[in-house]
Write a protein that binds this ligand. Structure first.
Ligand code: HAM
Length: 418
């Protein structure tokens, strides 16, 4: 390994350059605006938690817990995990701080990096970012519909089209056992052909076989019973009420009876937003209900629902849509000679006080090289100041894209650009 390679970033993580960060900020700001209108407020939870928090909530037999967590002992020997998702830490915070004593439902959003030791590929990273929301304290399907309509508004505000909403219900602790039995029946004569993980899942959690990525297991599960056929009356009524409300809000959706989601905490409603534009990693946001999780963490019965948006995938969609204008300076001041340079600095400072992005040339740059830099930066205007301009009291301006140009008095330049 050369020393240059030795200091490379880790596999599956990315540096995000300023040209992209402005898209990230646009997404974050849009989320904040849209979510605020629905009463969601930001909560910042830690990035590290004790490992049990994730094992308990996401589930021991899930891919995340079995294979993907960044888990290590800290200096005191405690098992620590870099959060692979944001729901469990938020619920931990909710219970630990007795937030359930506040009026329900409580509505939160969060954003930041998550960590999963997955095989990196296009759209799949080991450090990736999510913006998520969680609403705790109501089982009303109206809340499910509101959350899904909020997600739709978020994508609409970003101008993204061609997104597909898929919904399902995966039942509750009452109807799940019947479904589990049906799966056990279905897979009982196929156990030997299942992958080693799924053999174990058959014992502990057969639902997880439906989420396995191994080709043979995908083939073997063709024709497996669908969870939706096993819903109890309450879950069926809840699902039907949600579907009615989605139609009322003109949200187009498909029921995807195969969607089981990769985390164990879900109950009833699950949903995903997918796109055909990103290849294999086609889910841009996903979520669902987790009506029992607060209790699992020792809190009172508190039905809840949320989702998380995959930032990198939304950034990529925006880049593909080609609608993003890269930020650039309004004015570049090219100055030749000591007095002109001083004048340029004074003018630039006044513009900047008004929030106008101005760039100037630096010592030793010829007019030609300053003009080249203005071009590279895609400045709207270049102002040119030399000895002649100083003595005439007028400076030259050029508009770079439409090639118009003219002269303007020093005393008027500020108002001209304001
Ligand atoms: P999730 O389906 O695991 O759900 O992740 C949500 C989204 O995060 C995915 O749809 C995808 O866009 C993005 N994502 C996941 N893994 C990666 C990765 N390795 N690289 C890039 N993007 C990725 C959750 O995390 C749940 N906590 C969502 C939730 C919130 N459910 C209820 N509340």
């Amino acid at each position: 390994m050369s020393s240059a390679e030795r200091y490379n970033a880790l596999k599956g993580v990315q540096d995000i350059y300023p040209r992209e960060v402005f898209i990230w900020q646009k997404i974050e700001n849009t989320a904040k605006d849209v979510f605020s209108a629905y009463g969601f407020q930001e909560l910042r939870a830690p990035i590290i938690e004790t490992t049990d928090i994730f094992v308990r909530s996401i589930g021991e037999t899930t891919d995340i817990v079995e294979k993907e967590m960044y888990t290590f002992p800290d200096k005191a020997g405690r098992s620590i995990t870099l959060r692979p998702e944001g729901t469990a830490p938020l619920v931990r915070c909710y219970v630990q701080n007795h937030l359930y004593n506040l009026p329900s439902p409580q509505k939160f959003f969060y954003s930041g990096p998550m960590f999963r030791y997955e095989r990196p590929q296009k759209g799949r990273f080991r450090q990736f970012y999510q913006i998520g929301v969680e609403a705790l304290g109501s089982s009303d399907p109206k809340l499910d519909a509101e959350i899904i309509s909020m997600l739709r508004l978020f994508f609409e505000r970003l101008g993204l089209e061609g997104l597909h909403f898929e919904v399902n219900s995966i039942g509750c602790e009452k109807c799940r056992p019947d479904y589990k039995n049906a799966l056990l029946n279905f897979f009982s004569d196929k156990i030997n052909r299942l992958c080693p993980d799924c053999k174990r899942r058959f014992e502990y959690n057969p639902l997880r076989i439906l989420d396995c990525k191994v080709d043979e297991c995908i083939t073997l599960r063709t024709g497996a019973p669908k969870v939706i056929e096993f819903l109890c009356n309450e879950c069926r009524d809840h699902f039907n009420a949600l579907l009615y409300l989605l139609s009322l809000l003109n949200i187009s959706y498909d029921i995807n009876p195969d969607m089981v989601r990769g985390l164990d905490y879900y109950t009833r409603t699950t949903f995903e937003v997918t796109t055909k534009q990103l290849g294999a990693q086609n889910a841009v946001a996903a979520g669902g209900r987790y009506d029992k999780l607060v209790e699992e963490f020792g809190g009172p019965p508190t039905p809840a629902i949320g989702f998380a948006i995959g930032m990198e995938r939304v950034v990529e969609l925006l880049q593909l849509s080609n609608k993003e204008e890269i930020p650039h300076p309004k004015v570049f001041i090219a100055a030749i000679g000591a007095s002109a340079e001083k004048e340029a600095l004074i003018i630039a400072t006044r513009f900047r006080e008004d929030g106008i992005w101005v760039e100037i040339g630096y010592a030793g740059n010829s007019l030609k090289s300053q003009m080249r830099r203005a071009d590279r930066l895609s400045a709207d205007y270049v102002l040119i100041i030399g000895d002649d301009e100083i003595s005439s009291g007028k400076l030259k301006w050029k508009h770079l894209s439409d090639r118009t140009q003219g002269e303007i008095l020093f005393s008027e330049v500020h108002d001209f650009f304001k």
